[in-house]
Design a protein around this ligand. Structure first.
Ligand code: NAP
Length: 422
């Protein structure tokens, strides 16, 4: 029997699915010893700091992650940062294979004048802010104006627009960060535009997300019916199933009667952003539309137009992912998830994707495994092991219970680490 040592960097969905795929490849002859390294004191990646807090069902995949974590051959090394506590080259030298599962955490730029103005934000910062990611807690978005504009026609843009447009008490029974619930409750924003640069037939929203919008109890959701009818004409009588389902969901919203709610979320199509305007701070945004230029007064702009990898450890970034061939980067280094494919697909997409890369990795293992290293012994860090994470997790869940929340998140690294010590 041979046991290979594998390091996975990043304890988000693609990291856990890679570990699960390795566990599934085990046999009497082949075993893996997996060290899962995560720079935050908390694992689960986007399931903790990306998924919208009003979508708790999507987070139930964390049960799968915990099963993988406790299967017996995985050790969690939370609060350990590659590049600070240990280098990628050291890991490559000490392990039989190293897997990057670090996602794509930097927001793509619009590249238009005024993007740098105060309160012109990226969803890559805004989303982790409301989800309590320690690095974004001090974002302090200014929600004092009456209008916000969200740019992009994907599910992230929709999450951001919905969070800005809903009645904030709807977030009380969720695990939204307390600082964000407080700020949303003080917010003056009553009108949120979500702006697509192309027509509805090109939007990358998915229909389940569109279909749930009419359920918002305190928010008018507005789409111009003629715009959807024109798109339906353009796509012809037999559009592809997913497109038909999207356009039907939009038509349903467009056909709904308007309610006398104070809050409105309005979809605008064929609005190409030209410039963000203001004196030091966002005051308006100008678009090119089929009818000419249009300027919308607003105090907040959030762009949700895709992501790219943050720190590629000196590796080549090819458009919005780490350059790779079917998940192989170089020598014994592999990549999975958004870092491999770019930022597309839902959480489940990472499962089959990781399984394919792990098959490739297994086929390229050296004949003789390296001897297992004791990673804890070479690190000078306050490591969050699986038992420590379980303490943090239980403490957050217990703190949320009397408040009717699935958990009350601790935000700062210090607070998280102290929950693990209690
Ligand atoms: P996305 O689906 O790729 O959408 C990005 C949007 O940005 C597109 O509408 C794109 O328009 C637009 N865009 C790009 N560059 C632009 C520019 N310069 N100006 C204006 N618009 C621009 O990406 P995402 O919303 O970040 O989502 C990433 C992935 O996560 C997706 O697969 C998504 O489904 C998934 N996700 C799923 C959920 C869920 O299941 N509930 C929630 C969040 C995210 P063009 O098409 O014109 O390029």
């Amino acid at each position: 029997m041979k046991t290979y040592s594998i390091a996975i960097i990043g304890a988000g969905p693609s990291g856990y699915f890679a570990a699960q795929a390795l566990q599934n490849l085990e046999s009497d002859e082949l075993k893996f010893s997996i060290d899962l390294i995560e720079r935050l004191p908390t694992p689960w990646g986007l399931v903790r700091s990306g998924v919208a807090p009003d979508h708790p069902k999507i987070k139930s995949v964390s049960k799968v992650f915990e099963k993988v974590a406790t299967a017996g051959n995985l050790s969690l090394f939370g609060n350990v940062e590659v590049g600070r506590d240990i280098s990628l080259d050291e890991l490559k030298a000490k392990y039989d294979a190293v897997i990057l599962a670090t996602g794509t955490s930097v927001g793509k730029k619009l590249g238009i004048p005024g993007e740098e103005l105060t309160n012109s934000l990226s969803a890559a910062d805004f989303v982790p802010w409301y989800n309590g990611h320690p690095d974004y807690a001090n974002l302090k978005p200014d929600l004092s104006s009456d209008t916000a504009v969200v740019i992009g026609a994907g599910n992230v843009a929709m999450d951001v627009a919905r969070l800005l447009a809903l009645e904030p008490s709807e977030l009380d029974p969720t695990d939204t960060a307390d600082h964000a619930i407080d700020d949303f409750k003080k917010s003056n924003i009553r009108k949120v535009y979500i702006c697509a640069r192309r027509g509805p037939e090109f939007a990358s929203f998915t229909s389940p997300e569109l279909r749930e919008l009419p359920d918002l109890e305190h928010t008018n959701v507005v789409i111009n019916k003629e715009v959807i009818e024109s798109a339906l004409k353009r796509v012809g009588p037999e559009p592809e199933k997913h497109l038909k389902s999207n356009l039907d969901a939009m038509l349903n919203i467009a056909s709904n009667d308007s309610h006398p709610h104070q809050r409105t979320m309005e979809f605008l199509f064929q609005h190409v952003p030209n410039s963000i305007n203001g004196n030091g701070k966002v005051e308006s945004i100008t678009f090119t539309t089929p009818d000419g230029e249009r300027t919308i007064n607003c105090g907040l702009v959030v762009s949700a137009i895709g992501y790219q990898p943050k720190d590629a450890h000196g590796l080549k970034v090819d458009s919005n992912k780490i350059a790779n061939t079917d998940g192989h980067v170089e020598s014994n280094l592999y990549v999975v998830g958004w870092a491999k494919r770019g930022p597309s697909g839902v959480i489940g997409t990472n499962k089959s994707d990781a399984a394919d890369v792990m098959k490739l990795l297994a086929s390229q293992l050296p004949a003789e495994p390296k001897s297992k290293i004791d990673l804890a012994a070479v690190l000078d860090a306050k490591i969050v092991t699986q038992p420590i994470w379980e303490k943090i997790n239980s403490a957050e869940v217990a703190a949320g219970e009397p408040l009717g929340k699935p958990r009350l998140k601790a935000i700062s690294r210090e607070d998280l680490l102290s929950l693990g010590e209690a």
